[in-house]
Design a protein around this ligand. Structure first.
Ligand code: BDR
Ligand code: CA
Length: 324
């Protein structure tokens, strides 16, 4: 039975690969997508969802509800986009034809209808900043308790961040929203941090194979662009880290990971190195709850990744060939 997924994303390159992975995978049924600012503007995120959808001649995909999400973080400041990583429009060198406004009005309340339709069958996957998801907790806290599970791409625990020395982009972009979500969820959140997503590497050889045998022309265009950025920053890296794809894969492939359940706090600083830092408490006598100002909850965090399992699953789905 396919998992019903409501996806919140900031539709850059790895978000888009995650959407393509879902479209190629009959174990995942995306029932709605919320387009948020983040890697790029909300408008470009909307345009990218529409562009990717237009590549598939599928009524099922055509019917996926696109929802207009947040334009700025809860902190109120104007977001800083990252075209050097994801491209001017978020699709590397690709310029999507649509302008992001076709047929989509301000429809944030449609999320309520999706949750009420799927209730405890629904899995929420957040692969961007957490502003829209946190807004749902502000407006509809009882409704959000009906959600079966949350998978969140974010954080870096005792490993380097990718925005500052300690902070990961999704939590850094809106630390208020990240803490609000983690303080209002109970025992049904899985955090997929840089600890494992930096290991989820798509090498040029993998990308070329998918390009040769698969039916997805965009993958090579997108991931070659993505790899150029990462190779420039770290010549030793063997390919592009698929942060968002790994997070979506986790909903069905738990055996790819090892987890720990730890209390988590997000540093609420408006600027500086520590803004959005994700802190987990591994002390046996943990009393972060008393020490922190925020409501601290314990969440499941992925710390280990079985790369061969990731490779086999990703390549099987994206190429349509068997890899096991
Ligand atoms: C996260 O930030 C974005 O750049 C990626 O799309 C991913 O969601 C990684 O830190
Ligand atoms: Ca993302």
């Amino acid at each position: 039975m396919a998992k019903k997924v409501l996806l919140f994303g900031d539709i850059g390159i790895d978000d888009t690969i995650a959407i393509l992975y879902a479209y190629m995978n009959d174990e995942i049924d995306i029932v709605g997508m919320v387009a948020d600012y983040g890697n790029i503007s909300r408008e470009n995120a909307l345009a990218n969802i529409q562009y990717v959808r237009s590549l598939f001649d599928s009524e099922e995909i055509e019917n996926v509800k696109i929802i207009v999400g947040a334009e700025i973080p809860m902190t109120g400041e104007l977001p800083e986009y990252v075209p050097e990583i994801h491209g001017e429009y978020g699709l590397g060198p690709i310029i999507p034809e649509t302008d992001g406004q076709d047929g989509v009005s301000e429809n944030f309340h449609d999320i309520v209808e999706i949750i009420e339709q799927y209730q405890d069958e629904l899995v929420i996957v957040n692969i961007g900043r957490l502003t829209s998801l946190a807004t749902m907790f502000l407006l509809y806290p009882d409704l959000m308790r009906k959600i079966k599970s949350y998978y969140i791409m974010g954080g870096a625990f005792w490993v380097p961040g990718n925005v500052t020395a300690v902070s990961e982009a999704n939590f850094h972009g809106d630390p208020v929203a990240a803490q609000l979500v983690l303080s209002n969820t109970n025992n049904n959140v899985t955090i997929i941090p840089l600890n494992v997503t930096q290991q989820a590497i798509a090498t040029p050889e993998m990308v070329d194979y998918i390009d040769q045998v698969g039916e997805l022309p965009m993958v090579k265009t997108l991931l070659d662009y993505y790899y150029d950025y990462y190779k420039e920053r770290d010549p030793n890296i063997q390919g592009s880290p698929l942060h968002d794809v790994l997070t979506l894969m986790a909903i069905n492939q738990e055996d790819m990971f090892t987890f720990q359940h730890l209390p988590v706090q997000i540093v609420q600083a408006r600027e500086g190195t520590e803004r959005g830092q994700s802190i987990a408490d591994i002390r046996p006598y943990s009393n972060m709850e008393e020490e922190a100002e925020e409501e601290i909850r314990t969440h499941r965090i992925a710390f280990g990744l079985d790369y061969p399992k990731f490779y086999t699953r990703f390549m099987t789905v994206m190429s349509g060939q068997r890899f096991d």
